[in-house]
Design a protein around this ligand. Structure first.
Ligand SMILES: *Cc1c(COP(=O)(O)O)cnc(C)c1O
Length: 375
């Protein structure tokens, strides 16, 4: 019996270890998509497994109105990692919920409703976050969504400056678009959004759900551009694939959080997994490692694939390879003939988001396989 929502891949995975997943027939697959960027420290990292097992022994759940050590520790750890004073933490269960909270807090804190999003942006699939997502394919069947969302072209500083006014509650954007095709922004574009939101008293929301936690070579992608937002959202790999989203906000935005809540907010097991994951990212300096390994990967991709692809782009270990034919067919070929897993980002872009523990030898394997399938 398969899910009627997800289209299933023909390979059933039964276990994972570091960079690899093992299928039911015993075949190992190199997971260069990190299962949607959800395993930054690799599959079933022993520190994460231990933290989850030991927390489950003690307590699987307690209502969020009682403090719990794993949750309190995570609040502190996230506040320490946060850029600038974006250090009030709200925990939920997914990326879309983290963005949903961001939009609610911004509307409530500003008393305004207008939200500015960007073309080709992706922010999730619940009604509010979905309204700020660009692709009609995701939105049309579910309309009407929330009102008051305007789109500006990603990268167009002038359009961004023009769109922000005294009615604006929030600007939401990714500091490097993932789903939309691995599109890096200019620093000028992000700074324009920062300067004009500050001028008009609107909240700048950075969706770091895919870019954060060291993936682009610094803890947060927005730091590379010296931009401190008012709100930063995280999810995907934060708890090694256990359901956790986080909305980090400055004090003035936190004032808008009064009547928000969630039963599962800060579940002890999930918080223990997140604490262990963040410990590994920090103690093994995985952001710096991602910067170096990502540079190596992009250089090798350019050198070896050359004219056979249209473009190689990205930052750190968030890399897009724009190909000349359909990405999905190539991905199938890579999985079935080369035991290599990667992701699409639109119809013609292969998205490489390996665990941050990837080494140069893994990159070599990937470049060899890609050279064969695109050649
Ligand atoms: C995946 C993603 C989301 C949505 O996260 P879910 O956990 O699937 O709800 C939002 N924004 C970005 C940038 C993402 O990559």
């Amino acid at each position: 019996m398969s899910s009627f929502v997800f289209s299933e891949k023909p390979i059933e995975m039964v276990s994972g270890d570091g960079m690899y997943l093992t299928a039911s027939d015993g075949t190992d697959y190199l997971d260069f998509g990190a299962s949607y960027a959800c395993v930054p420290v690799g599959h079933s990292h022993p520190a994460v497994v231990d933290a989850v097992a030991s927390q489950a022994q003690d307590l699987t759940y307690v209502q969020a109105s009682y403090p719990h050590a794993a949750r309190t520790a995570l609040y502190e750890q996230l506040a320490d990692l946060a850029p600038g004073d974006v250090d009030n933490v709200w925990l939920c269960n997914s990326g879309t919920e983290a963005n949903e909270a961001a939009l609610k807090f911004a509307r409530s804190a500003t008393g305004r409703s207008k939200i500015i999003a960007t073309t080709r942006g992706f922010h999730g699939r619940t009604m509010g976050a979905l309204a700020t997502t660009w692709k009609d394919k995701y939105k049309k069947p579910y309309e009407p969504l929330i009102d008051g969302v305007e789109f500006v072209p990603y990268g167009d500083s002038e359009a961004m400056a023009d769109a922000i006014d005294d009615e604006t509650a929030a600007v939401i954007l990714e500091p490097l678009q993932g789903e939309g095709g691995i599109n890096p922004p200019s620093t000028e574009f992000l700074r324009t959004a920062r300067v004009h939101t500050a001028q008009h008293g609107a909240a700048l929301v950075m969706d770091e759900i895919q870019t954060g936690l060291g993936r682009t070579g610094s803890m947060w992608a927005t730091e590379t551009h010296d931009v401190v937002p008012d709100v930063l959202t995280s999810a995907k790999g934060i708890a090694s694939g256990l359901p956790l989203g986080a909305t980090l906000v400055r004090d003035w935005v936190a004032e808008g959080a009064a009547s928000h809540g969630s039963t599962f907010s800060g579940n002890p097991i999930v918080c223990a997994a997140a604490g262990a994951t963040l410990d590994v990212i920090e103690s093994e300096s995985l952001a710096a490692h991602a910067a170096e390994t990502g540079q190596y990967l992009r250089t090798e991709l350019e050198r070896r694939l050359g004219d056979d692809v249209r473009d190689v782009r990205g930052e750190g270990l968030m890399v897009g390879v724009e190909v000349k034919r359909g990405a999905n067919r190539l991905l199938r070929e890579l999985a079935l003939n080369h035991q290599l897993l990667a992701l699409p980002a639109g119809r013609t872009v292969l998205r490489l988001l390996p665990p941050l523990v990837a080494e140069e030898e893994h990159c070599d394997t990937v470049v060899d396989a890609l050279a064969e399938v695109v050649g």
